[in-house]
Structure formats: structure tokens, C-alpha cells
Unconditional design. Structure first.
Length: 441
């Protein structure tokens, strides 16, 4: 009798290893959307180990893992189950994504591999491998495909004199005889057009028509961020207004691109919405690429111009808080862009621990300036106290987000950046849809 009871108990405790099932949804989906990761068919309170891996553009493998206990129904769902130990702890549906670390060596700040498709404009999907183990036995694995741009996104160079740009759009959007919201996208101090392309591909995946633009560090454009004309953005607006597909037009930029976005919208009232990712409402000093370090400490020259006129800029003051300008209030007033004239709402994404662009401090400056509007707008601030300068739209590792080298500290914590990544992207999409809607006022 005892032997029969022992055998029954043994079968009871070992059967769930083979009954356990790993479920991940969606298997193939947008990289800015969460993945549901579930293991069911377990015993109540039975432990299970989840492991996620990915290779970055250099071929380095990134790995995360966490241990969970099943609930009373024999299920582990990362959206509700707390990780007890591993690369992260607590309840976080996408903790396995942001807590990944390189198996060897130093990691990249944003390791999500941006590998261009054959056309050079769109991006190859990124593959992750999710595995589940019970008592050391592999009980399930699933390859996850994450897409920067949806399969229906189209892209082509923009043939427009004096403009270096690319047009991104959902298939059929140019010829369906409807008007669509349009967003002009701008990258940061790295120059070129790569970041603007990435933004545009992301927006087109979410239903917008987007024009990625370069403003310096491309053939035919200035080499340095010194007196760079922002007028080509207005020429792009001229062209868009002749196109039957173009509805209301907004502009979005990251870092220096956020500053440029606010600058052009303050001078061109045809732009009816602005998104600034960690940008400043007052330009910092220019950048000369042959003067190290290549950041705003390098030269005492204006970075931007419009209609042949230099735009004012802030003097460089070491470890200075422009949110409390004191005796430098006059300099701040002169350098702050007239963003109160922007003909539409402004959304600011800011990191409270931004050690490069001080976006948290500068967002407060921007909000005070926006209070001068003659017609109030539904302006928005997305403030993340533990995020630094590098906030992403994709679910990806944040464990090395701070590590950009000795000359360019960006600040932030892995968990702080993870929250900013998770929350800011959907909020920006919702903001642009509302601001550029045909029903917007």
C-alpha cells in the first residue's frame, strides 16, 4: 500500500515537467509592443526558470534569466508573477527584455540591432530566443521576432532640391485619396539621417506618413553643427502642402533634433504638433567635429540659423542648473526659443537624471515659456526621474544604457530607462494621433 502511494506521489510530482507548456504572444510582432510570456501545466508553486537571449549587431549574445514559482493554477505569467532571483526581481511583464546583459565584455547602450534591409531604409526583424526550464529540463522554447518597421511600411528617397530626406508610409497611403497625418523626424548630435530614419519607420508602422530629414553631416549639408540652416524643414513643408495625401503636419526630434524641432515650429506656424525627446528649448553651443570632445563644450559659436539669421544659444557653464538661472536669467531669456508661438501642442520627453542634455531641467524651462501662449494648448510633459538622455521606443536591454564613454555621460538607471522606454512610446503615438487628427483644433 505504501509503495503504491509512493508511486502515485512520484508520478504526481514528475508529470508536470512533460505537461508544462511555454506560450509567447505575439510570436511575431512590433518591437514597441510587449510580449505575453506564460508557462502553464505546472504544479501549484512549482519553480520554473525563464531565459531570454539575443545577438546584437556585433554578434555579442545578450542573456537574461529569472526564476518564478507557479501560482495555485500551475501558471507563471510574467505580467503577474514576481521574479524571485535572476537578472531582475519583482513583477515586470518585460523584465526579461530590459535586464539582458552581454555574456562577455562590455555592452552597447542600445543593443537592439538596427540592420538595414536591402533598400537601406527599412530594418531587418530582430530575433530573440525564449526558453523555459523545470528542474533543469528544457520544457519549451520559442523564437520571438520583433519588428522595428511593420511589413507594410514602404520607404523611398525624397527627391526635393536642398533637402536630404526619405519618405516612409504605410502601403497604399499615398494613393488612397485620403489625407494622413504627417510627421517630419530629426536625429540628434550624431548627425546624418540614421536616427531620423528609425523614428520615421517606427511612426509609419503606427499609421503615420513620415519624412526623415538630415540637417548636418551628410553630403551637401554642413559638416559641423555650426550655423546650420533649419530652413530645409520649411521647404519640406512647402512640398508636403502640395501633396494630396498630406493632412496636418508635425515635427519630432531626439536630443538636438528635439531642439531643432522646437526651433522650426516656433518659426513656421504650419507645423501643428511638436515632440521633443530629451531636447532643450534653448540651444546649447555648437559642435565642431574636429574639436574633441565633440559636444557642446567644444566651440563658442551658434549652432542654428533660420532665414539667414543666427539663433541665440546658451553660454557654457560647468555644472550649472538652467532651471535656476540666477544672475544668468537674461542669458536664458535671450537663448530660449519663442516656443509659445508654436501653432499646436508640444510634448516633451525628459529624463530627470539626464547628465548630457539636462532635459529634466530644460523641460521646466520650456513649460514656463509655454505658459506665455496667447492661446493655451494641451502641452504634455513625460518626466522620468530615473532615466537619462537615451530613451528608446523599443523593448530592449537597458543595463548598459548609461555606458557611452568618459566624455558623454548620459545618466539614468536600468529600471528607470526601462520605465521610460515602456511608457513614452505609446504616449507619443497617442499624442500625435490626437494633435494631428482632422478633428484637432
Amino acid at each position: 500500500m505504501r509503495r503504491l502511494l509512493f508511486t502515485t506521489l512520484l508520478l504526481f510530482f514528475t508529470a508536470p515537467v512533460t505537461a508544462a507548456r511555454l506560450i509567447a504572444l505575439p510570436v511575431d510582432g512590433p518591437a514597441d509592443q510587449p510580449v505575453r510570456m506564460v508557462v502553464d501545466g505546472l504544479l501549484p508553486t512549482q519553480p520554473v526558470q525563464l531565459r531570454l537571449s539575443m545577438r546584437d549587431s556585433r554578434g555579442v549574445e545578450w542573456v537574461s534569466q529569472a526564476r518564478f514559482h507557479a501560482d495555485l493554477t500551475g501558471t507563471v505569467d510574467t505580467a503577474h508573477a514576481g521574479a524571485e532571483n535572476g537578472s531582475y526581481a519583482g513583477v515586470d511583464a518585460m523584465g526579461l527584455f530590459w535586464s539582458m546583459q552581454p555574456e562577455e565584455g562590455r555592452g552597447q547602450p542600445t543593443p537592439f540591432p538596427l540592420i538595414n534591409s536591402a533598400d537601406g531604409l527599412r530594418y531587418e526583424p530582430v530575433r530573440f530566443l525564449l526558453q523555459a526550464r523545470v528542474d533543469g529540463h528544457l520544457v519549451g522554447e520559442q523564437q520571438l521576432i520583433r519588428r522595428i518597421n511593420a511589413a507594410n511600411v514602404r520607404a523611398e528617397p525624397l527627391e526635393l532640391d536642398g533637402v536630404v530626406g526619405n519618405l516612409y508610409y504605410p502601403a497604399g497611403a499615398l494613393t488612397d485619396r485620403r489625407t494622413h497625418p504627417v510627421v517630419i523626424t530629426l536625429g540628434g548630435a550624431e548627425g546624418g539621417i540614421s536616427t531620423a530614419n528609425y523614428y520615421a519607420a517606427w511612426l509609419a508602422s503606427n499609421g503615420f506618413i513620415a519624412v526623415a530629414m538630415a540637417y548636418y553631416r551628410m553630403p551637401g549639408l554642413p559638416k559641423d553643427l555650426i550655423r546650420v540652416p533649419i530652413d530645409p524643414i520649411s521647404r519640406t513643408v512647402d512640398w508636403l502642402q502640395t501633396q494630396p495625401f498630406a493632412g496636418r503636419i508635425g515635427v519630432m526630434g531626439g536630443s538636438w533634433g528635439g531642439t531643432v524641432a522646437m526651433a522650426i515650429a516656433a518659426h513656421d506656424n504650419r507645423l501643428q504638433a511638436v515632440v521633443s525627446w530629451v531636447g532643450s528649448p534653448a540651444p546649447f553651443r555648437g559642435i565642431r567635429r574636429d574639436v574633441p570632445p565633440a559636444d557642446f563644450r567644444a566651440v563658442d559659436l551658434p549652432p542654428l540659423s533660420f532665414n539667414g539669421q543666427e539663433l541665440a544659444f546658451l553660454p557654457y557653464l560647468e555644472n550649472f542648473n538652467w532651471n535656476q538661472p540666477g544672475t544668468h536669467a537674461g542669458a536664458l531669456e535671450r537663448a530660449t526659443l519663442p516656443i509659445e508661438r508654436i501653432n499646436g501642442p508640444v510634448l516633451l520627453v525628459a529624463g530627470g537624471d539626464d547628465q548630457l542634455g539636462a532635459s529634466g531641467e530644460m523641460a521646466a524651462v520650456a513649460l514656463r515659456r509655454l505658459q506665455r501662449r496667447s492661446v493655451p494648448q494641451p502641452d504634455v510633459l513625460l518626466y522620468y526621474s530615473d532615466a537619462g538622455h537615451l530613451i528608446s521606443q523599443m523593448f530592449q536591454p537597458t543595463t548598459y544604457r548609461h555606458d557611452t564613454g568618459p566624455y558623454i555621460p548620459v545618466g539614468g538607471t536600468p529600471a528607470g530607462h526601462a520605465r521610460a522606454d515602456r511608457e513614452s512610446g505609446p504616449a507619443v503615438i497617442a499624442f500625435l494621433r490626437q494633435a494631428l487628427s482632422t478633428h484637432a483644433k
